[in-house]
Design a protein around this ligand. Structure first.
Ligand code: ADP
Ligand code: MG
Length: 517
């Protein structure tokens, strides 16, 4: 069945055709006619099933009759994150290009005055995150009594993020009789209660079992020791045929660390987490969507529901803390009928075992184990990458044991200043070029400053052989006083260095492992 049988107007159908869609997805086919008839909807569908068009398309047709009044938006769409809000706005622009609907976006990180100006002019569609909307409401800049259609999108995500009280407040303030479209990938009890309270005899549309994973995603699991996680990740990133991939970590801190670690190993990667400025988040998403970077290291909050079409791989650097997040994470791949691969790194720890059980129970699948992975020694791409690796490492907040052997060194020529590094790197390898855009953002100023200071030191010492390079020539594993495994040259003293922690200044070992001939 094509779109033309759903009751949409000709201008909207033309926009859909221009978007390149020939067939509606199941949720679109079921929801669109019902929304056009004015019914409340309860849509339960996993990510990537085309929910956005299932409400935007009929809304465009409903709203194209009638006019907006100042400060009284005619429809309101609540989204859990700024990125999702921005994405829905893009969809409205795309599908509504043949109508003259006005739209405003109320999200954090965007200037209040601009947003207020848009509201003052009157908007047909207001897309907002709950907190920001309530801010405007309490400042008297916004009236909710002109709302004919309310959309609550990604309700279970709102729950995870603690937004349900805000959503409830908003729902209570819309006193006018209105139509409510409610979407969620899963239906935990709190969400069920909310739907009972605020939906009026909704048409329930369920396109897949809640929390089921899409069948075109191959899922794998690999168990390693905690200190081998990063190395395992790198090896898989090298061995898999990756077009583009998202790497999920449970904590923001790990997102930052894994991002930095991958970057200094020459991968083309960006980061996305809640501590970043809105502009930086949007920029890294743009880079990822436009294939300027190949990998995105992300937290759940930042990445939930994002529409990044055609992601070939999802890596779980950690088993997610909530089983439902597993479904959302791997739902970033295998979208719109494509094939995807999801690989989860786990450890023997009790927590991981328990979390994994929860995931397998929820998804009702036994994830295939990769048992025969043998960690290979890593070769560095170039001397320069080595240096960069070592320098950044020394700034790393918490060097993991895996990377401890990279951390000894010292000096670098990385990032003296942005312009300089740009020109200096122009002739470098492809990997480095690809990685470069992501360096521009995502780093804190603090890091840049430190990079700058190290840079000047590096010029003085750049003729020295790099520590790790020397180690690779001949070496053995040794253990220092902090029980960190390190790679040490054969002719180093057998005893660990006492009192200096894991960072042994280069001058102390220089005479030992490169004896004068
Ligand atoms: P959800 O909100 O359910 O996670 P989206 O609305 O973001 O899913 O849509 C997922 C992807 O599928 C988007 O890239 C979108 O452009 C695409 N898409 C949506 N509807 C169709 C369709 N009818 N045909 C082909 N692709 C579609
Ligand atoms: Mg969505």
């Amino acid at each position: 069945m094509g779109f033309e049988r759903l009751g949409l107007s000709d201008p909207t159908l033309a926009a859909v055709a221009d978007a390149g869609y020939s067939e509606p997805t199941p949720i679109q086919a079921q929801a669109i006619p019902q929304v056009l008839m004015g019914r409340d909807i309860l849509g339960i569908a996993q990510t990537g099933t085309g929910k956005t068009a299932s409400f935007t398309l009929p809304m465009i047709d409903i709203l194209s009759e009638g006019r907006a009044r100042a400060r009284m938006p005619r429809s309101l769409i609540l989204e859990p994150t700024r990125e999702l809000a921005a994405q829905v706005a893009e969809n409205f622009e795309k599908y509504g290009k043949n109508t003259k609907l006005s739209m405003a976006l109320l999200i954090g990180g965007v200037n209040f005055t601009e947003q207020e100006k848009a509201l003052d002019r009157g908007v047909d569609v207001l897309i907002a995150t709950p907190g920001r909307l309530l801010d405007h409401f309490s400042r008297g800049k916004l009236l909710l009594n002109g709302i004919d259609i309310l959309v609550v999108d990604e309700a279970d995500r709102m729950l995870d993020m603690g937004f349900i009280p805000d959503v409830e407040k908003i729902c209570e303030r819309i006193t006018k009789n209105h139509q409510t479209l409610f979407f969620s990938a899963t239906m935990p009890p709190v969400i069920q209660r909310l739907t009972k309270q605020f939906l009026d005899d909704p048409k329930k549309i369920e396109v897949a079992r809640p929390a089921s994973t899409s069948s075109n995603i191959e899922q794998f699991l690999i168990e390693v020791s905690p200190r081998d996680k990063r190395k395992t990740l790198r090896q898989m990133l090298r061995e898999e045929k990756i077009k583009n991939g998202i790497i999920f970590c449970n904590r923001k801190r790990d997102v930052k660390e894994v991002f930095m670690s991958l970057e200094r190993h020459g991968f083309s990667v960006g980061q996305l987490h809640g501590d970043m400025e809105q502009s930086a988040r949007m920029e890294v998403l743009r880079q990822f969507k436009e294939n300027e970077i190949q990998l995105l290291c992300a937290s759940d909050v930042a990445a939930r529901g994002l529409d990044v079409p055609d992601v070939s791989h999802v890596f779980n650097f950690d088993v997610p803390g909530h089983a439902e997040d597993y479904v959302h994470r791997i739902g970033r791949t295998g979208r719109a009928g494509r094939q995807g691969k999801a690989i989860t790194i786990t450890t023997k720890s009790k927590i991981d075992v328990r979390l994994l059980e929860a995931v397998e129970k929820l998804t009702n699948t036994k994830i295939a184990r990769i048992n025969d992975l043998e960690l290979k020694p890593e070769k560095r791409a170039s001397k320069k990458t080595d240096k960069q690796a070592d320098d950044v490492k020394s700034n790393d907040p918490q060097p993991s044991e895996t990377d401890a052997r990279e951390s000894k060194s010292q000096v670098t020529e990385q990032e003296p200043s942005q312009e300089k590094s740009d020109t200096a790197q122009n002739s470098d390898s492809k990997t480095e070029k690809q990685a470069r855009p992501s360096r521009r953002q995502g780093r804190s100023n603090d890091r840049n400053e430190r990079g700058g200071r190290n840079a000047s030191r590096s010029n003085e010492r750049s003729d020295r052989p790099e520590r790790s390079e020397r180690s690779e020539r001949s070496g053995r594993y040794t253990q220092n006083s902090r029980d960190r495994i390190k790679f040490a040259p054969d002719d180093m003293p057998k005893e660990p260095f006492i009192g200096l922690g894991p960072h042994v200044p280069a001058f102390l070992v220089a005479g030992i492992d490169s004896p004068k001939k």
